[in-house]
Write a protein that binds this ligand. Structure first.
Ligand SMILES: NC(=O)c1ccc[n+]([C@@H]2O[C@H](COP(=O)([O-])OP(=O)(O)OC[C@H]3O[C@@H](n4cnc5c(N)ncnc54)[C@H](OP(=O)(O)O)[C@@H]3O)[C@@H](O)[C@H]2O)c1
Length: 305
């Protein structure tokens, strides 16, 4: 008789096969999660997953009609807790109006997922024609929104968390310039202004067409620099908030995922990536680290960003 048959034939073994009871979730219907760029792709799947888990989800999008339609599609699936609010992460007025709405309408938030991003390259091209928009959206936009929402987090150790959807293309091992790599790894001296100077230096080199051969990441260079900056900022913010408040800050790279950004290429669907991202956003407080970079679901945690 096989061991699996044994399991079925004995009462004790049957008990062994019963999964342990699921721990009660730490969140409630009042827990508020904000997801940027959630009208399509991974952000949309992630917003849907968080709503399925019963949280209040603010689905944001820069385009009113696209955002309304995306939120309506989720509500039509029975996810009644989804609310739409317009938010262009590159527009200071839009960010300020959104923060005021979160404060006045919701009384604060618990989870922020900075997901909105752009890339203009085909899979195997490396144009920097739109570098400024890429940096403005993926790094400065996420940073501006984060700073505007920070005072509105409820700051409970059990709930408050920021998840930045990033990319392994912006990991330090992609940086060829040893001085830049050293600067970003020197956690004791690294400051936000250093990260901003790095971004400005890259954009200046793009403007005078001297960026090649300078040690920047070689794949999707503008996008990679934007994520390099986002990763470094996340790391600094994590230390800042570990002292000053109780908000965790982590990054997640979903890996190569079939969305519009990759022109439909990739190893996994947006739903699969969104599900893993939601799992990270909802980690139980006792398992929630800060200042880490998660890659797919391993979680493969890099100690340095
Ligand atoms: N797909 C991958 O293989 C992959 C791999 C690693 C990391 N990621 C990261 O995963 C995240 C989601 O990417 P995705 O693949 O789902 O991309 P996507 O399908 O292109 O979706 C990007 C989303 O960001 C929004 N967005 C762009 N600019 C915005 C702005 N200024 N303000 C607000 N929203 C804005 C887009 O809105 P519109 O519809 O209005 O354009 C869209 O909703 C990004 O952070 C990306 O870098 C993706």
């Amino acid at each position: 008789m096989s061991s699996s048959m044994d399991c079925l034939s004995s009462k004790d073994n049957k008990q062994e096969t019963t999964p342990p009871p699921k721990a009660a979730p730490w969140w409630t219907a009042e827990t508020v999660a904000v997801v940027t760029g959630a009208n399509r792709g991974i952000g949309h799947a992630l917003a849907a997953r968080l709503a399925e888990e019963g949280l209040t989800v603010v689905l944001t999008a820069r385009d009113e009609a696209r955002g309304e339609a995306a939120a309506a599609a989720l509500r039509a699936r029975g996810l009644r807790s989804v609310r739409f609010r317009r938010l262009d992460v590159t527009d200071p007025a839009s960010v300020a109006a959104f923060a005021a709405w979160v404060r006045d309408e919701l009384g604060g938030l618990d989870i922020l997922v900075n997901n909105a991003a752009v890339s203009f390259n085909e899979i195997d091209t490396n144009s920097v024609e739109h570098a400024e928009t890429v940096l403005r959206t993926n790094f400065y936009g996420a940073k501006m929104l984060t700073e505007a929402l920070l005072p509105l987090f409820r700051r409970s150790a059990a709930t408050s968390r920021i998840l930045n959807i990033s990319s392994q293309l912006g990991l330090l091992n992609k940086v060829r310039d040893p001085a830049l790599r050293r600067m970003l790894m020197d956690e004791a001296s690294l400051r936000e202004r250093d990260i901003e100077r790095m971004a400005s230096r890259f954009l200046a080199q793009v403007a005078d067409d001297t960026w090649r051969g300078q040690g920047w990441p070689e794949v999707w260079t503008d996008y990679a620099v934007s994520k390099l900056a986002l990763n470094a900022y996340s790391r600094l913010l994590a230390s800042r908030l570990a002292v000053a408040g109780r908000i965790s800050v982590n990054c997640f790279c979903p890996g190569f995922t079939r969305t519009d950004m990759t022109r439909g290429w990739g190893k996994r669907t947006a739903d699969e990536a969104g599900r893993v991202a939601a799992g990270l956003a909802l980690l139980p407080p006792e398992q929630l680290p800060t200042g880490k970079f998660f890659k797919w679901s391993t979680p493969h945690v890099y100690s340095k960003l």
